[in-house]
Design a protein around this ligand. Structure first.
Ligand code: MN
Ligand code: MN
Length: 330
């Protein structure tokens, strides 16, 4: 009962037309971060995504028990998994993010059609993995040129949320723009309220981490999401790490707030199994944004595929330069 009252209170606080937008205004830091540090945290967010993907691919679709038997604790980028990846290679989570970021950099501005074109080119390249909902959305674009799939109650997977890093960087410093573009890119393949909310919140947390925030503020953002959509509650985490975007975010938040650094957070997430490459990717982008480059273990950076690493860092810097924050600071 007490918990319910608390939810009601939080809901009241944010119940208005622009609740999510209001809730996700990036709080200005007391001491603004110097520009080089902002760029560093932006690079860490993008690299964190790729590292989480590469690390988690090994344990994707395994149970925590199976992981324990095979790896004790899985903590190395060794590839394998059900996709038989080479060590350091990434999957659709990183590849779709890079395709999205590349379209924005080519256009030098927001370009939804460019993103759809790059997704299509990526799909035609026969990627190692592609989610069913993403495939359907991209195929619809190919056939009908449509840039928004219709609302579908089965679209609450994490496939749109996993590619939020470049959107967060491109809109850095403007939470309204973030919300608009987060949802637009999501609707190319996924059209569902919970997916939309997850995209906006992940992007908001990445931006908060990059611009400088503390754990309290980051946690507050998750509480605002829970106030609006109580199914995202993650206290009493029950260990579901499925591709359902609610399970995915519960897993990410549980490990983000119960660990003290980037490495511990990612190890916790990928040893939970399930959709481990995607929980890894999302945890990696938020934890990377928050903890910064110094917190990323050198052994993971070294193992990450060189081309992917260079492209992620290169895109991170260029996207931030294009962002509202970048036009004021860089
Ligand atoms: Mn994947
Ligand atoms: Mn996955």
């Amino acid at each position: 009962m007490k918990a319910k009252n608390k939810i009601m209170k939080d809901t009241l606080r944010y119940k208005d037309e622009s609740c999510l937008v209001e809730a996700l205004t990036v709080s200005p830091c007391l001491v603004p971060r110097p520009a080089p540090l902002v760029f560093g945290h932006a690079r860490a967010a993008y690299l964190g995504l790729a590292i989480g993907d590469a690390l988690g691919a090994t344990t994707e679709f395994m149970t925590p028990g199976e992981i324990k038997v095979k790896h004790k604790v899985h903590r190395k980028i060794i590839g394998g998994g059900w996709l038989y990846l080479k060590p350091g290679m990434v999957t659709d989570d990183t590849e779709m993010s890079l395709a999205l970021g590349k379209a924005l950099l080519l256009a030098g501005q927001w370009d939804l059609k460019g993103i759809a074109e790059n997704f299509l080119a990526w799909m035609k390249s026969k990627p190692i993995d592609i989610g069913a909902t993403c495939r359907r959305g991209i195929s619809d674009y190919r056939l009908k040129g449509q840039l928004e799939v219709p609302y579908n109650e089965w679209d609450a997977g994490n496939g749109a949320a996993m590619r939020m890093a470049p959107v967060a960087l491109f809109t850095l410093g403007d939470s309204l723009l973030l919300k608009e573009y987060a949802i637009k890119q999501a609707h190319l393949t996924h059209n569902h309220t919970l997916s939309d909310a997850a995209c906006v919140v992940i992007g908001g947390m990445v931006q908060q981490g990059i611009l400088g925030t503390d754990r309290h503020k980051l946690h507050e953002t998750t509480r605002e999401l829970v106030a609006e959509y109580p199914s995202f509650r993650f206290n009493n985490y029950r260990g579901n790490a499925s591709p359902y975007v609610v399970d995915t975010l519960q897993t990410v938040f549980h490990y983000l707030f119960s660990t003290a650094n980037f490495e511990e957070c990612l190890i916790g997430v990928v040893n939970q199994g399930g959709d481990a490459d995607t929980t890894g990717a999302i945890a990696g982008m938020i934890a990377g944004a928050f903890y910064g480059m110094d917190a990323i273990p050198a052994r993971w950076l070294k193992k990450l595929n060189k081309e992917v690493k260079d492209e992620a860092e290169n895109q991170a810097v260029k996207l931030v330069k294009l962002s509202p924050w970048g036009s004021q600071h860089a």
